[in-house]
Design a binder for this molecule. Structure first.
Ligand SMILES: Nc1ncnc2c1ncn2[C@@H]1O[C@H](COP(=O)(O)OP(=O)(O)O)[C@@H](O)[C@H]1O
Ligand SMILES: [Mg+2]
Length: 287
């Protein structure tokens, strides 16, 4: 009998992380796998002690060091921590997506500016304003649920934001006005689309459900399907939640790839339990 750990982050207070782990655990149990749900800190990353490990681990969190630790002990980890690492920073992710020529909004990675220092007066920021115009999106490298994505409408807001982001990885991005308040989430498992929903917010430019968006089932065009699959493949994610934007002239653009995508909302909206597909994928991968 296979054994596994389903790992989530124990420091986060919201119930949704535990719920996500529960969904995965139930799917594994349905397949006769012996499951143990673990908070990340319940696995001590001792580099000097030996401890028993399961046959595989599902890492539902961004504790990338824990993923690397488990891999170093021979435990297959899904998604691979290197992939979670790449996607967890939107800047590194966009560099990869652009390298693979995935259509996405015009994006400029911000230069490293040390805290308490500034490059104002160098002309750098004026160049960004010239190229992307206003409104513009600024996105921190690390952030989920729309919380670190900002719509910048005035030069004053722009300069205030860049000053406050000293020491933080972030990107400047073209604002795709056609997609204001709406996007599409596509869940992918092992190069196959298993479910998709469109999300719409009447109150915010961000469509995230956690941020007030509502979700509906959606039929994807062939172009949208191919784009979502290409984006997941570009970053190497076998499990992916790809966000798509509605671009000009009916074009679709990639907004981001989540390597630790939540699966509760998509289950509620479409009735598809992505966890079942994930467990089946792992079983085949390990066979
Ligand atoms: N360039 C953009 N133009 C228009 N809307 C955007 C753009 N980037 C992000 N958004 C909106 O903001 C939301 C959150 O951005 P996203 O990059 O997916 O970050 P998060 O990881 O926080 O979900 C998206 O779902 C989309 O609705
Ligand atoms: Mg998103």
């Amino acid at each position: 009998m296979l054994s596994c750990w389903v790992i989530y982050n124990g420091s986060l207070v919201s119930d949704k992380f535990q719920d996500q782990a529960q969904l995965m655990a139930e799917a594994a149990e349905r397949q006769g796998i012996q499951v143990s749900i673990k908070k990340n800190y319940e696995i001590q990353m001792s580099l000097s002690e030996q401890q028993p490990f399961p046959d595989f681990a599902v890492l539902l969190d961004k504790d990338i060091l824990l993923g690397y630790f488990l891999k170093s002990r021979g435990v297959p980890v899904y998604n691979d921590p290197a992939i979670i690492d790449l996607c967890d920073n939107k800047a590194t992710q966009y560099i990869r997506l652009a390298e693979r020529k995935i259509p996405m909004p015009k994006t400029i990675v911000a230069p490293k500016v040390y805290p308490n220092f500034t490059i104002q007066g160098s002309g750098y920021y004026e160049g960004i304003l010239d190229q992307l115009g206003l409104p513009m999106i600024i996105k921190e490298g690390h952030g989920s649920f729309g919380m670190k994505v900002y719509l910048i409408e005035t030069e004053e807001q722009f300069y205030e934001k860049v000053e406050s982001l000293s020491g933080i990885d972030y990107v400047f991005q073209e604002f795709i006005a056609e997609s204001r308040g709406r996007d599409i989430r596509v869940n992918i498992v092992g190069e196959k689309i298993v479910a998709a929903m469109k999300r719409q917010s009447d109150t915010d430019f961000r469509a995230n459900i956690t941020n007030g968006g509502r979700a509906f089932p959606v039929e994807l065009s062939e172009q949208q399907q191919q784009l979502a699959l290409d984006a997941a493949q570009a970053v190497g994610a076998v499990f992916a939640g790809v966000d798509l934007l509605y671009g000009p002239d009916g074009q679709t653009l990639v907004c981001e790839v989540n390597a630790a995508a939540h699966i509760r909302n998509i289950l509620n909206v479409t009735g598809v339990n992505v966890a079942d597909a994930m467990i089946r994928y792992i079983q085949e991968d390990l066979a």
